[in-house]
Design a protein around this ligand. Sequence first.
Ligand SMILES: C[S@@+](CC[C@H](N)C(=O)[O-])C[C@H]1O[C@@H](n2cnc3c(N)ncnc32)[C@H](O)[C@@H]1O
Length: 265
Amino acid sequence: MEQHTASDVEPERPSAARVYDYYLGGSHNFAVDRAMAEQAIRILPELPANMRANRAFLRRAVRFMIAQGVRQFLDLGSGIPTVGNVHEVALSEAPDARVVYVDSDPVAVAHSQSILEDVAQATIVQADVTDPAVVIGHARRQLDFDRPIGVLMVALLHFVPETANPRALIAHYRDAVTPGSFLAISHGTADQQGDRGPQLEALYSRSANPLVSRDKATIESYFDGYELVEPGVVFVPLWRPDPGSLPSSTPPERTATYAGVGRVR
Ligand SMILES: C[S@@+](CC[C@H](N)C(=O)[O-])C[C@H]1O[C@@H](n2cnc3c(N)ncnc32)[C@H](O)[C@@H]1O
Protein backbone atom coordinates (compact mmCIF):
# COMPACT_ATOMS: atom_id res chain seq x y z
CA MET A 1 0.00 0.00 0.00
CA GLU A 2 1.20 3.51 -0.73
CA GLN A 3 2.08 5.41 2.40
CA HIS A 4 0.97 8.96 3.03
CA THR A 5 2.19 11.59 5.42
CA ALA A 6 0.41 14.26 7.41
CA SER A 7 1.68 16.73 4.80
CA ASP A 8 -0.67 15.12 2.23
CA VAL A 9 -3.60 16.51 4.20
CA GLU A 10 -4.86 19.89 3.00
CA PRO A 11 -6.60 21.41 6.04
CA GLU A 12 -7.13 24.75 4.28
CA ARG A 13 -9.19 23.39 1.36
CA PRO A 14 -12.44 21.41 1.83
CA SER A 15 -12.27 17.77 0.73
CA ALA A 16 -15.26 15.71 -0.40
CA ALA A 17 -14.38 12.92 2.04
CA ARG A 18 -14.24 15.21 5.08
CA VAL A 19 -17.34 17.23 4.06
CA TYR A 20 -19.24 13.95 3.62
CA ASP A 21 -18.02 12.84 7.06
CA TYR A 22 -19.52 16.03 8.50
CA TYR A 23 -22.89 15.43 6.78
CA LEU A 24 -22.90 11.97 8.37
CA GLY A 25 -22.16 13.31 11.85
CA GLY A 26 -18.48 12.22 11.95
CA SER A 27 -15.56 14.03 13.56
CA HIS A 28 -12.88 13.64 10.85
CA ASN A 29 -13.27 17.10 9.37
CA PHE A 30 -11.79 20.58 9.67
CA ALA A 31 -13.31 24.06 10.02
CA VAL A 32 -13.16 24.63 6.23
CA ASP A 33 -15.09 21.38 5.66
CA ARG A 34 -17.75 22.27 8.21
CA ALA A 35 -18.15 25.77 6.74
CA MET A 36 -18.61 24.36 3.23
CA ALA A 37 -20.99 21.65 4.42
CA GLU A 38 -23.13 24.24 6.22
CA GLN A 39 -23.27 26.33 3.03
CA ALA A 40 -24.29 23.23 1.05
CA ILE A 41 -26.98 22.40 3.61
CA ARG A 42 -28.38 25.92 3.18
CA ILE A 43 -28.74 25.16 -0.55
CA LEU A 44 -30.20 21.65 -0.03
CA PRO A 45 -31.36 21.18 3.58
CA GLU A 46 -31.94 17.46 3.02
CA LEU A 47 -28.22 16.81 2.35
CA PRO A 48 -27.44 14.94 5.61
CA ALA A 49 -30.55 12.77 5.17
CA ASN A 50 -29.57 12.23 1.53
CA MET A 51 -26.13 11.02 2.54
CA ARG A 52 -27.71 8.57 4.97
CA ALA A 53 -30.00 7.40 2.13
CA ASN A 54 -26.89 6.94 -0.02
CA ARG A 55 -25.19 4.84 2.70
CA ALA A 56 -28.37 2.77 3.01
CA PHE A 57 -28.27 2.13 -0.76
CA LEU A 58 -24.64 1.00 -0.42
CA ARG A 59 -25.65 -1.54 2.22
CA ARG A 60 -28.65 -2.78 0.18
CA ALA A 61 -26.47 -3.14 -2.92
CA VAL A 62 -23.86 -5.17 -1.00
CA ARG A 63 -26.52 -7.45 0.49
CA PHE A 64 -28.07 -7.87 -2.97
CA MET A 65 -24.70 -8.85 -4.45
CA ILE A 66 -24.01 -11.28 -1.58
CA ALA A 67 -27.39 -12.89 -2.31
CA GLN A 68 -26.24 -13.30 -5.92
CA GLY A 69 -23.15 -15.19 -4.71
CA VAL A 70 -20.59 -12.36 -4.75
CA ARG A 71 -17.99 -12.64 -2.00
CA GLN A 72 -15.44 -10.02 -3.09
CA PHE A 73 -15.85 -6.25 -3.16
CA LEU A 74 -13.82 -3.42 -4.62
CA ASP A 75 -15.11 -0.23 -2.99
CA LEU A 76 -13.84 2.71 -5.06
CA GLY A 77 -13.92 6.11 -3.34
CA SER A 78 -14.77 4.38 -0.07
CA GLY A 79 -14.61 7.53 2.04
CA ILE A 80 -14.23 7.96 5.77
CA PRO A 81 -15.88 4.90 7.21
CA THR A 82 -18.87 5.37 9.41
CA VAL A 83 -20.97 2.53 10.80
CA GLY A 84 -22.27 -0.05 8.37
CA ASN A 85 -19.18 -0.30 6.21
CA VAL A 86 -18.97 -2.67 3.31
CA HIS A 87 -16.81 -5.19 5.21
CA GLU A 88 -19.19 -5.11 8.20
CA VAL A 89 -22.23 -5.75 6.00
CA ALA A 90 -20.43 -8.33 3.84
CA LEU A 91 -18.83 -10.25 6.72
CA SER A 92 -22.09 -10.35 8.68
CA GLU A 93 -23.75 -12.03 5.68
CA ALA A 94 -20.79 -14.07 4.40
CA PRO A 95 -17.83 -14.74 6.73
CA ASP A 96 -15.63 -15.60 3.73
CA ALA A 97 -16.11 -12.18 2.09
CA ARG A 98 -13.14 -9.97 1.17
CA VAL A 99 -13.07 -6.23 0.63
CA VAL A 100 -10.55 -3.84 -0.90
CA TYR A 101 -11.25 -0.19 -0.14
CA VAL A 102 -9.70 2.52 -2.33
CA ASP A 103 -9.60 6.25 -1.68
CA SER A 104 -7.25 9.08 -2.59
CA ASP A 105 -7.98 11.16 0.51
CA PRO A 106 -5.27 10.80 3.19
CA VAL A 107 -7.70 11.32 6.08
CA ALA A 108 -10.03 8.65 4.70
CA VAL A 109 -7.11 6.27 4.25
CA ALA A 110 -5.68 6.88 7.73
CA HIS A 111 -9.05 6.34 9.39
CA SER A 112 -9.70 3.21 7.34
CA GLN A 113 -6.28 1.84 8.28
CA SER A 114 -7.06 2.29 11.96
CA ILE A 115 -10.45 0.55 11.84
CA LEU A 116 -9.15 -2.26 9.61
CA GLU A 117 -6.09 -3.02 11.75
CA ASP A 118 -7.60 -6.23 13.11
CA VAL A 119 -9.70 -7.14 10.08
CA ALA A 120 -7.80 -9.71 8.03
CA GLN A 121 -10.32 -9.78 5.19
CA ALA A 122 -10.39 -6.07 4.36
CA THR A 123 -7.69 -3.66 3.30
CA ILE A 124 -7.38 -0.04 2.15
CA VAL A 125 -5.32 1.25 -0.74
CA GLN A 126 -4.50 4.92 -1.21
CA ALA A 127 -4.84 5.48 -4.95
CA ASP A 128 -6.60 7.53 -7.59
CA VAL A 129 -9.47 5.53 -9.10
CA THR A 130 -8.92 7.31 -12.41
CA ASP A 131 -5.76 5.22 -12.70
CA PRO A 132 -7.51 1.83 -12.99
CA ALA A 133 -4.39 -0.13 -13.94
CA VAL A 134 -2.74 0.86 -10.64
CA VAL A 135 -5.92 0.25 -8.61
CA ILE A 136 -6.51 -3.17 -10.20
CA GLY A 137 -2.85 -4.06 -9.68
CA HIS A 138 -3.27 -3.43 -5.93
CA ALA A 139 -6.64 -5.19 -5.81
CA ARG A 140 -5.28 -8.33 -7.50
CA ARG A 141 -3.12 -8.95 -4.44
CA GLN A 142 -6.27 -9.41 -2.34
CA LEU A 143 -9.03 -10.42 -4.76
CA ASP A 144 -9.37 -13.27 -7.26
CA PHE A 145 -10.30 -11.63 -10.58
CA ASP A 146 -11.39 -15.03 -11.97
CA ARG A 147 -14.31 -14.97 -9.54
CA PRO A 148 -17.14 -12.38 -9.38
CA ILE A 149 -16.38 -9.03 -7.79
CA GLY A 150 -18.83 -6.38 -6.65
CA VAL A 151 -17.39 -3.07 -7.85
CA LEU A 152 -18.81 -0.13 -5.89
CA MET A 153 -18.74 3.41 -7.26
CA VAL A 154 -21.03 4.93 -4.68
CA ALA A 155 -21.14 8.74 -4.56
CA LEU A 156 -17.84 8.70 -6.47
CA LEU A 157 -18.37 9.41 -10.16
CA HIS A 158 -19.73 12.94 -9.64
CA PHE A 159 -16.15 13.72 -8.56
CA VAL A 160 -14.75 12.32 -11.81
CA PRO A 161 -14.65 15.09 -14.45
CA GLU A 162 -15.30 14.53 -18.16
CA THR A 163 -11.58 15.08 -18.76
CA ALA A 164 -10.92 11.84 -16.85
CA ASN A 165 -13.39 10.04 -19.18
CA PRO A 166 -15.69 8.28 -16.68
CA ARG A 167 -17.14 6.07 -19.45
CA ALA A 168 -13.73 4.64 -20.39
CA LEU A 169 -12.89 4.32 -16.70
CA ILE A 170 -16.01 2.24 -15.98
CA ALA A 171 -15.30 0.11 -19.07
CA HIS A 172 -11.76 -0.53 -17.80
CA TYR A 173 -13.05 -1.88 -14.46
CA ARG A 174 -15.82 -3.82 -16.27
CA ASP A 175 -13.36 -5.52 -18.60
CA ALA A 176 -11.10 -6.51 -15.67
CA VAL A 177 -13.79 -8.52 -13.89
CA THR A 178 -15.43 -11.80 -14.77
CA PRO A 179 -19.08 -12.27 -15.95
CA GLY A 180 -21.36 -12.50 -12.91
CA SER A 181 -19.61 -9.52 -11.35
CA PHE A 182 -21.65 -6.44 -10.45
CA LEU A 183 -21.31 -2.66 -10.52
CA ALA A 184 -23.19 -0.34 -8.15
CA ILE A 185 -23.33 3.37 -8.93
CA SER A 186 -24.87 6.25 -7.06
CA HIS A 187 -24.43 9.66 -8.61
CA GLY A 188 -25.50 13.23 -7.90
CA THR A 189 -27.84 14.85 -10.39
CA ALA A 190 -29.25 18.28 -11.13
CA ASP A 191 -32.39 16.64 -12.63
CA GLN A 192 -35.53 18.14 -11.03
CA GLN A 193 -33.38 20.31 -8.71
CA GLY A 194 -34.12 23.75 -10.17
CA ASP A 195 -31.19 26.06 -9.46
CA ARG A 196 -29.95 23.98 -6.49
CA GLY A 197 -27.83 21.76 -8.78
CA PRO A 198 -25.79 24.62 -10.30
CA GLN A 199 -25.49 26.24 -6.84
CA LEU A 200 -24.00 23.06 -5.34
CA GLU A 201 -21.65 22.66 -8.30
CA ALA A 202 -20.45 26.26 -7.84
CA LEU A 203 -19.83 25.64 -4.14
CA TYR A 204 -17.91 22.37 -4.69
CA SER A 205 -15.82 23.99 -7.45
CA ARG A 206 -13.90 25.71 -4.65
CA SER A 207 -13.09 22.36 -2.98
CA ALA A 208 -10.44 19.74 -3.74
CA ASN A 209 -13.19 17.70 -5.44
CA PRO A 210 -15.33 19.72 -7.90
CA LEU A 211 -18.79 18.21 -8.39
CA VAL A 212 -20.16 17.17 -11.79
CA SER A 213 -23.91 16.51 -11.79
CA ARG A 214 -25.13 14.19 -14.55
CA ASP A 215 -28.57 13.37 -15.88
CA LYS A 216 -30.39 10.06 -15.76
CA ALA A 217 -29.68 9.09 -19.39
CA THR A 218 -25.94 9.61 -18.88
CA ILE A 219 -25.89 7.53 -15.71
CA GLU A 220 -27.89 4.77 -17.44
CA SER A 221 -25.36 4.80 -20.25
CA TYR A 222 -22.59 4.06 -17.72
CA PHE A 223 -24.12 0.57 -17.51
CA ASP A 224 -23.34 -0.22 -21.18
CA GLY A 225 -22.13 -3.83 -21.27
CA TYR A 226 -24.04 -4.59 -18.07
CA GLU A 227 -27.47 -6.08 -17.59
CA LEU A 228 -29.21 -3.40 -15.52
CA VAL A 229 -30.87 -4.97 -12.47
CA GLU A 230 -34.52 -4.01 -11.76
CA PRO A 231 -35.69 -1.29 -11.10
CA GLY A 232 -32.92 0.31 -13.21
CA VAL A 233 -31.53 3.74 -12.46
CA VAL A 234 -33.85 5.47 -9.98
CA PHE A 235 -33.65 8.06 -7.21
CA VAL A 236 -31.71 6.42 -4.42
CA PRO A 237 -34.50 5.58 -1.94
CA LEU A 238 -36.41 3.80 -4.72
CA TRP A 239 -33.68 1.23 -5.41
CA ARG A 240 -35.01 -2.00 -3.86
CA PRO A 241 -36.08 -0.50 -0.53
CA ASP A 242 -35.91 -2.96 2.35
CA PRO A 243 -39.21 -4.84 2.67
CA GLY A 244 -41.34 -3.21 5.33
CA SER A 245 -39.31 0.01 5.39
CA LEU A 246 -41.45 3.10 5.66
CA PRO A 247 -41.33 5.47 2.70
CA SER A 248 -39.76 8.80 3.68
CA SER A 249 -42.03 11.82 3.81
CA THR A 250 -39.44 13.57 1.61
CA PRO A 251 -40.01 13.12 -2.14
CA PRO A 252 -37.32 10.78 -3.59
CA GLU A 253 -36.12 13.39 -6.10
CA ARG A 254 -35.02 15.63 -3.20
CA THR A 255 -32.10 13.22 -2.71
CA ALA A 256 -30.63 14.62 -5.96
CA THR A 257 -28.97 11.22 -6.30
CA TYR A 258 -29.60 8.40 -8.74
CA ALA A 259 -28.65 4.79 -8.02
CA GLY A 260 -28.43 1.59 -10.03
CA VAL A 261 -26.80 -1.83 -10.13
CA GLY A 262 -25.68 -3.78 -13.19
CA ARG A 263 -24.47 -7.33 -13.74
CA VAL A 264 -21.55 -8.03 -16.06
CA ARG A 265 -22.72 -10.15 -18.98
C1 LIG B 1 -18.92 11.31 -1.03
S1 LIG B 1 -17.63 10.23 -0.59
C2 LIG B 1 -18.43 8.66 -0.79
C3 LIG B 1 -17.95 7.60 0.18
C4 LIG B 1 -18.64 6.25 0.06
N1 LIG B 1 -18.44 5.67 -1.25
C5 LIG B 1 -20.11 6.38 0.31
O1 LIG B 1 -20.87 6.46 -0.65
O2 LIG B 1 -20.53 6.41 1.46
C6 LIG B 1 -16.60 10.28 -2.07
C7 LIG B 1 -15.24 9.69 -1.85
O3 LIG B 1 -14.60 9.52 -3.13
C8 LIG B 1 -13.24 9.85 -2.96
N2 LIG B 1 -12.68 10.20 -4.28
C9 LIG B 1 -13.07 11.21 -5.09
N3 LIG B 1 -12.35 11.19 -6.23
C10 LIG B 1 -11.48 10.15 -6.11
C11 LIG B 1 -10.47 9.61 -6.96
N4 LIG B 1 -10.21 10.14 -8.16
N5 LIG B 1 -9.77 8.53 -6.52
C12 LIG B 1 -10.02 7.98 -5.31
N6 LIG B 1 -10.98 8.44 -4.46
C13 LIG B 1 -11.70 9.51 -4.86
C14 LIG B 1 -13.23 11.00 -1.98
O4 LIG B 1 -11.97 11.16 -1.35
C15 LIG B 1 -14.33 10.59 -1.02
O5 LIG B 1 -13.80 9.86 0.06
